[in-house]
Design a binder for this molecule. Structure first.
Ligand SMILES: Nc1ncnc2c1ncn2[C@@H]1O[C@H](COP(=O)(O)OP(=O)(O)OP(=O)(O)O)[C@@H](O)[C@H]1O
Ligand SMILES: [Mg+2]
Length: 1002
């Protein structure tokens, strides 16, 4: 057994206040990264993301599918994932790994390992003597642990999510089956660590489904409890869950909806895969039968043929859900022999008869664990792909005695969606509304310890004690403290699973070790020596069952108290600190002070069996550190705990007896104090003759992991590096392939272009021959030497060819752009001229533009016309095979300059303040004289095109006004500050006179 000395990092209470993500809120926090969820099914994974500004979405994979096979093909020099890997299963069955999650957290002697070998004999499983686990031996050089394979898949899921979100993603919520035990959960966390993913939480897939259901029916949840049963039959397993929905009062957010997991039942091997395997076996038998007498080999010995049969069995099974019969057919199944056989649904049901009998099992188990009866369940809802099998529904319907089964959630995607809500809530990036989730412990956890007692004088005997730390169906996340009251020297205690009697004998074997950890304490005796005058308040072990359902021992402390003279004026700093610590930890003297401000949930006397209360003696006291919200007065955990989970599996630093100087303690305890009640300053101020001072000494712990040792840190780092190298290699390979493809495509496309008229028009025959010759040479090089060429060589070759063709391509491109660009330029010139004409028509008293401004515009219009006419004429004289002088970029620059000028004036008009108008005797306004100033300037302006290319004066104002469509439109009131008047040197402040302009004036 490997002994590791470590101390778990204290963790804050997780926030289970889940939220409906509001789009507006997402936008408000838009500088943060996207988060993802992965529903890690046995057969396929469903990935979802939420990113700022975008609501939760299922990620489409490269094939635009919403489900991605959990399949990896691992070859010497390449890897394939998802759908590409699934298609490799037939060509390369040995290297194509599926259903490998079934091996996670299991030792070699686990019946599931044997089952995996029997189901997939094509895989060679090696044995790791250190951890007693198995790994995939793909080839003599290639071997991967199940954690490594899962890590690759998680990394792939992230790349899919990143491609979809178009931004990097690091934070994820990953689903696990509710029945995963500690070792299995830790294995997933280790895989995620290798992939560099930050796991915000491992969420049970049934809980995620229930959350998704609740979030979308928020309005239907009220103070009356509703019990809903979810029946999830996936590919690998079946889980039945009873959930109670109800609104509860929360501390910070008032009444909020809550879901509480009340009961869970499961069957670890009942699912679509087993049905498929039965069908495959049947098909294999039929094929052998067809070839009987031909001395043919058993098809079962041919892995490729078996892979083909499995794929066909999967298809057949799905078709039989909708049809009474179907013909299975595979071309060239083995030895080029085709296979064809009709299978009826009745036959399929016969083959799986024993599986269908197991359908009610999880329902019964769930009811038992919830201590509920079927009539308390309002609705039974189907989840998971395999519930589409009609027989499953038929048997289930009978078992639950309802009129119908609920099909009102997306059976495939609900878990991924629920998990991504959770991710959004935990990531801090999104504002969300509370949805309280109380998950439940499936496997109870105990603390056991043995102590020598003296029952009669001189007669000493060993006494074994058990204390329930986390009870079955108790809520989590949760912290608990257990106090050992009668130890004054180092001792050991054991953390084990509690009564697992609800598991059958076979499930118990699959479960693995029922012993979790032996905790060896170091420094208890020294702590007593250090405080000889103090009274011991026991050794307190602080446990945390975190939001991922993973147990950790946060710390162990030896606590002492003594009575001190209380003289406030002379109170020493040390005493003050001691008192603070005392109150933080609920110093025992004050009757109303409770440890960490929470209730004692269990206080047991030491006894031989759990719950025994009849023997006096040593006490092991259990306290909940952070209570989950109660049904009626529930308060959600503090929001700051969101996403507080440290990456799992992180080992804490080694402790050497916990003999710390006292000066360090206040800060240390300050941190711990955040878990509980703050000090009560009022009480400290009260003058008392004497009061209790509490001292806390941290005790060193050595943890001996008994279920499945985690991967040692160095091995984990090696694995992470190994996987990173593979990812890098894949990326380099992809890059090289892309470079080769680009080169090939360029050669091919350019050769084709050389025959197109638009390219021929701008090139000489000689030029085309030169290009064509070089393209052919490059093509030959690619064919002959391309395989050995590096990415850099391929890119270089492409760059050379691009350079060679640049002039030709440029000429073609420019010609394509001319008509559109020239027409846009003409339009702009036209409008600018009209504008200028209108500006000049403004009566002097109302004029908002200065003469300088109008002359500047006029000048630029004239210059632009002149440039255009000259350049077009020059270009017309130039041979098409030469570099053009009329360049689209120059046209754009000219347009931008002219547009800028016009925009400036328009803006000025927009913000011009109307001038006060002198009133005549009758109180009516004086009419502004028409054509007050512009006419003499207008000859200098080049006329708009469309009439003639030659220079022409701007048309007469009357003409312009008559020709304008907008002449009759409503008056446009102008006003407001001349906001931009200072932006230009030649701008003058327009006078503040009020005026109206017709639309056509601008
Ligand atoms: N129409 C159908 N008829 C029968 N079986 C189906 C149908 N559609 C899907 N399935 C089966 O459902 C299973 C996949 O379901 P799902 O995606 O819920 O499983 P999973 O999440 O990958 O596995 P698990 O939850 O057990 O780990 C497969 O066995 C698939 O063949
Ligand atoms: Mg599933």
């Amino acid at each position: 057994m490997v002994a590791t000395v470590r101390r778990q990092r204290p963790r804050r209470l997780a926030c289970w206040a889940l939220m409906t993500v509001l789009l507006a809120d997402l936008l408000a926090l838009s500088d943060t990264l996207a988060v993802m969820s992965v529903d890690l099914g046995s057969e396929s994974m469903k990935v979802a993301i939420v990113k700022p500004g975008v609501p939760m979405e299922i990620v489409l994979n490269k094939e635009s599918r919403r489900k991605t096979p959990v399949t990896v093909t691992l070859k010497e020099n390449e890897r394939f994932f998802g759908d590409s890997a699934a298609s490799m299963a037939i060509k390369n069955p040995k290297a194509t790994l599926r259903y490998f999650q079934h091996l996670l957290g299991k030792q070699e002697n686990n019946p599931h390992v044997a089952l995996y070998k029997a189901r997939f004999p094509e895989h060679e499983l090696g044995f790791d003597p250190q951890r007693q686990t198995v790994y995939f031996q793909i080839s003599p050089q290639l071997q991967f642990s199940p954690e490594e394979v899962l890590s690759m898949l998680l990394n792939y899921s992230r790349s899919l999510a990143e491609d979809f979100a178009e931004q990097p993603i690091k934070d994820a919520v990953i689903t696990v089956p509710a029945f995963f035990n500690q070792a299995e959960r830790r294995a997933v966390l280790q895989a995620a660590r290798m992939a560099g993913l930050k796991v915000l939480q491992l969420i049970n897939d049934n809980t995620a489904t229930a959350l998704s259901y609740g979030v979308f029916r928020r309005k239907d949840i009220n103070s009356t409890a509703q019990n809903i049963m979810f029946y999830d039959m996936g590919s690998g397993s079946t889980v039945c869950t009873i959930v109670t929905y109800q609104t509860v009062k929360t501390k910070d957010a008032g009444m909020q909806p809550q879901l509480q997991i009340r009961g869970v039942g499961f069957d670890r091997t009942l699912g679509g895969l087993e049905m498929e395997l039965r069908l495959r076996e049947h098909l294999a038998g039929l094929f052998n039968e067809q070839r009987r007498g031909q001395r043919a080999k058993d098809v079962r010995e041919n892995p490729r043929a078996m892979a083909k049969l499995l794929r066909e069995a999967n298809r057949l099974k799905t078709v039989l859900s909708a049809n009474a019969d179907h013909v299975a057919q595979i071309e060239g199944l083995m030895d080029d022999v085709d296979f064809k056989a009709k299978v009826t649904r009745a036959e399929f049901e016969e083959l799986c008869a024993d599986l269908f009998e197991r359908v009610p099992g999880p329902v019964q188990q769930a009811l038992q664990s919830a201590e509920m009866k079927l009539d308390e369940i309002e609705q039974v809802i189907l989840v998971g792909g395999a519930t589409r099998v009609p027989k499953v529904q038929e048997v289930l319907l009978k078992a639950v005695g309802k009129e119908e089964l609920g099909k009102n959630i997306n059976a495939d995607e609900a878990a991924a969606m629920g998990a991504v809500y959770q991710a959004a809530a935990l990531s801090k990036a999104f504002k969300v509304k509370p949805f309280v989730v109380r998950d439940a412990v499936i496997y109870p956890i105990l603390v056991e310890f043995t102590r020598e007692v003296e029952e009669e004088t001189g007669v000493r005997s060993l006494k074994h004690n058990k204390r329930v730390l986390f009870s079955r169906m108790g809520p989590y996340p949760q912290r608990k403290v257990i106090t050992f009251n009668r130890y004054s020297h180092d001792f050991n205690f054991h953390i084990n699973y509690g009564d697992l009697g609800f598991l059958g004998p076979e499930d118990l074997r699959v479960f693995g070790s029922q012993n979790l950890t032996t905790v060896k304490l170091k420094g208890v005796g020294e702590s007593f020596k250090k405080y000889p005058d103090y009274e011991s308040k026991g050794i307190k072990a602080h446990f945390n069952l975190d939001e991922s359902g993973v147990l950790s021992l946060d710390r162990v402390e030896s606590v002492f108290e003594t009575l001190v003279e209380d003289s406030p004026e002379e109170e020493s700093t040390l005493t003050k600190l001691g008192n603070t610590i005392s109150s933080l930890f609920g110093g025992g003297s004050t009757p109303d002070t409770k440890e960490n401000g929470t209730d004692t949930v269990q206080e047991e006397e030491e006894g031989p069996a759990e719950g025994s209360k009849d023997e006096p003696g040593e006490q092991a006291e259990l306290k909940e550190e952070a209570e989950a919200p109660a049904e009626d007065t529930a308060s959600p955990p503090p929001p700051e705990a969101k996403g507080a989970a440290a990456p799992e599996g992180e080992k804490a630093t080694e402790k050497d007896g916990g003999d710390k100087p006292e000066a360090q303690k206040p800060s240390e305890k300050g941190e711990a104090g955040s878990e509980g009640a703050p000090p009560a300053p009022e009480e400290e101020k009260k003058q008392k003759p004497a009061r209790k001072q509490r001292m806390v000494e941290e005790i060193g712990v050595e943890l001996v992991i008994l279920d499945l040792p985690d991967l040692p840190e160095d091995q984990l780092a090696r694995s992470a590096q190994k996987l990173q190298d593979l990812t890098l290699r894949d990326l380099q390979k992809q890059e090289r392939e892309k470079a080769a493809n680009s080169l090939e495509a360029f050669i091919f496309e350019t050769q084709d272009k050389l025959y197109q008229p638009e390219y021929q028009e701008v090139s000489t025959e000689e030029q085309r021959e030169d290009i064509s010759g070089k393209l052919s040479t490059a093509s030959t090089w690619l064919e002959d030497e391309g395989f050995g060429a590096t990415t850099a060589m391929l890119k270089e070759k492409l760059a050379e060819l691009r350079k060679l063709c640049h002039g030709l391509f440029f000429r073609v491109e420019e010609r394509k752009k001319w008509p559109e660009r020239l027409s846009a330029l003409d339009n702009l010139l036209n409008h600018s001229s009209m504008f200028l004409k209108g500006a000049r028509l403004i009566p002097e008293m109302d004029q908002i533009f200065t003469e300088v401004e109008m002359t500047t515009l006029e000048k630029i219009i004239n210059e632009t016309w002149a440039w255009k006419n000259t350049t077009v004429a020059e270009q017309a004289k130039l041979p098409a095979t030469e570099k053009p002088v009329l360049l689209s970029k120059d046209i754009e620059a000219k347009m931008a300059a002219l547009d800028r000028e016009v925009q400036y004036l328009l803006n000025k008009a927009k913000f011009a303040k109307p001038r006060p108008r002198p009133r005549d005797k009758n109180g009516t306004r004086a009419e502004a004289p028409l054509n007050a100033s512009a006419s003499d300037q207008s000859e200098k302006v080049i006329p708009p095109p469309g009439q003639t290319e030659d220079t022409k004066p701007i048309p007469e104002p009357e003409e312009a006004a008559a020709g304008s469509e907008a002449a009759d439109s409503e008056p446009l009131e102008l006003g407001g500050p001349a906001a931009e008047s200072e932006q230009k040197e030649h701008a003058e402040q327009p006078t503040g006179q009020k005026r109206t302009l017709k639309n056509d004036e601008l």
